[in-house]
Write a protein that binds this ligand. Structure first.
Ligand code: GDP
Ligand code: IMO
Ligand code: MG
Length: 423
């Protein structure tokens, strides 16, 4: 019997991970976020209310479920305070019993947010980040200058670490970017106050998860972003700064190898991308715009329009391999209903040959997608599936060599069909 399941975005994010995590949380004891930060935007529709979670795991909507923020997450305490307020205002309870945050999360400081903004507006390469300071916070962590969440609880330690952290950055703020920035003392005071709000939630999440495993609890790992935004596997440099693929769980959640039974790749029935970077099947036509409108494709974090294109099998095959996906959930099928001229990308022409699977380092801006026509389907998903949609699904399963386990056909909790059992 499946005891633990990872939910991972298999494209460029916004595949509908929040909705699927919320539904599978019903059967889980624990939901864990292990990477990323409040660059994520996971939307869940509960009755007629919309809840968007950025930092807090989607399990929070269920009182029986513990939610864990593992040490691989970069944590903005100010964003956390605001999110807690907003989520509580929609009638959801958040208590230290329900939410456990690792004291070893790296804190996103004001300096990180400032640097992200300055680089995007004045630097030579615009990534189209969410502007939340994610990249600079991960840089601090890797260069061993990071502020850890537990540091917020001791003012003297915090001030000392922030002063060291600011030394190099001050040069950039003063001489390169010519921008205002808070002194180490001001930042220490701000973070120390915020630390008091986070303190009750700080837990040794490593031991908590270890205990959950011993007690045979059902654990769900909620990925943020998607495999194509992974720092190693993604379309570098147009990626985020964490390991969004399966590997991120081992380091970011604090669960040793062998702890995950199945990996569910959340896959939009077409492709979207927010921010800059190559996108082989992007549609620049009116059709692309109508999919964008019909799918309400606006970023849940920044409100930017999402770029839209056809489903890209060479990228998906690559995603399956790079995260060992065992099945996929196909979402937003309703958006593709009745679309005339429906297509799917089956191969690329690249450097004079045809390939059917992408690989790390491939220059996606130079591939030419080979598109296949697909029969239009018009399913209402209440009655039996039409032969046309079954053919679309089968085409995907044949290429990926793993089953489609879930079909989602609307934002509501009820708009889902399980073709396979999970947890
Ligand atoms: P996430 O980041 O992967 O959790 O996805 P987002 O929440 O950013 O974006 C997915 C959007 O699609 C949200 O607005 C969801 O409410 C919505 N959604 C999820 N599944 C479906 C679906 O099957 N059909 C439609 N039409 N909308 C969906
Ligand atoms: P969820 O979890 C879609 C994109 C940004 C940008 C790049 C780097 O909702 O699927 P960052 O701020 O992380 O340094 O930005 O990554 N990006 C996302 N795109 N969904 C997300 O999260 C994203 N999080 C980051 O648009 O291109
Ligand atoms: Mg999102």
């Amino acid at each position: 019997m499946m005891k633990s399941l990872a939910i991972i975005g298999s494209q460029w994010g916004d595949e509908g991970k929040g909705k699927i995590t919320d539904l599978l949380s019903l059967k889980s004891d624990v939901v864990v976020r292990y990477q990323g930060g409040n660059n994520a935007g996971h939307t869940i529709i509960v009755e007629d209310k919309k809840v968007v979670l950025h930092l807090i795991p989607s399990g929070i909507l269920h009182d029986h479920c513990a939610s864990v923020i593992g040490h691989g997450v970069v944590f903005d305490p100010e964003a956390f305070e605001k999110e807690v307020e907003k989520v509580r205002a929609s009638g959801i309870t958040i208590t230290p019993e329900k939410l456990k945050i690792s004291g070893n999360c790296t804190v996103i400081t004001m300096y990180n947010k400032l640097l992200d903004g300055q680089r995007e507006s004045k630097g030579p390469v615009k990534i189209g980040t969410t502007g939340k300071g994610i990249g600079p916070a991960y840089e601090d962590k890797v260069s061993r200058k990071g502020i850890k969440l537990k540091d917020l609880l001791n003012y003297d330690i915090l001030l000392e670490k922030l002063s060291a952290n600011l030394m190099e950055k001050e040069c950039l703020f003063k001489n390169l970017y010519d921008c205002q920035y808070p002194s180490a003392k001001e930042e220490a005071q701000r973070l120390f106050e915020l630390g008091k709000i986070v303190e009750p939630f700080i837990t040794d999440t490593f031991s908590f998860l270890d205990q959950c495993k011993k007690e045979d609890k059902k654990i769900l790992f909620e990925g943020a972003q998607g495999i194509l935004l992974d720092i190693d596997y993604g379309s570098y440099p147009f990626v985020t700064s964490s390991s969004t693929s399966f590997g991120g769980i081992y380091t970011g959640a604090g669960m040793p190898g062998g702890s995950v039974d199945e990996v569910l790749g959340i896959t939009k029935a077409y492709t979207t991308r927010v921010g800059e970077g190559p996108f082989p099947t992007e549609l620049f036509s009116e059709l692309g715009e109508s999919i964008q409108k019909k799918g309400n494709e606006f970023g849940a974090t920044t409100g930017r329009k999402r770029r839209c294109g056809w489903l890209d099998l060479p990228l998906l095959k690559y995603a399956v391999k790079s995260s060992n996906l065992t099945s996929i959930a196909l979402t937003k099928l309703d958006v593709l209903c009745d679309i005339e001229g429906l297509k799917i990308c089956t191969k690329y022409k690249y450097e004079g040959r045809e390939i059917d699977c992408a690989y790390p380092g491939i220059d996606l801006s130079k591939v030419e997608p080979i598109l296949e026509d697909v029969t239009t389907f018009s399913d209402d998903f209440k009655s039996e599936l039409s032969p046309a949609i079954n053919t679309y699904i089968k085409r995907i399963e044949d290429a990926l060599e793993i089953p489609v386990g879930i079909l989602a056909y609307g934002p509501e909790r009820s708009e889902i069909k399980f073709l396979k059992e999970f947890l």
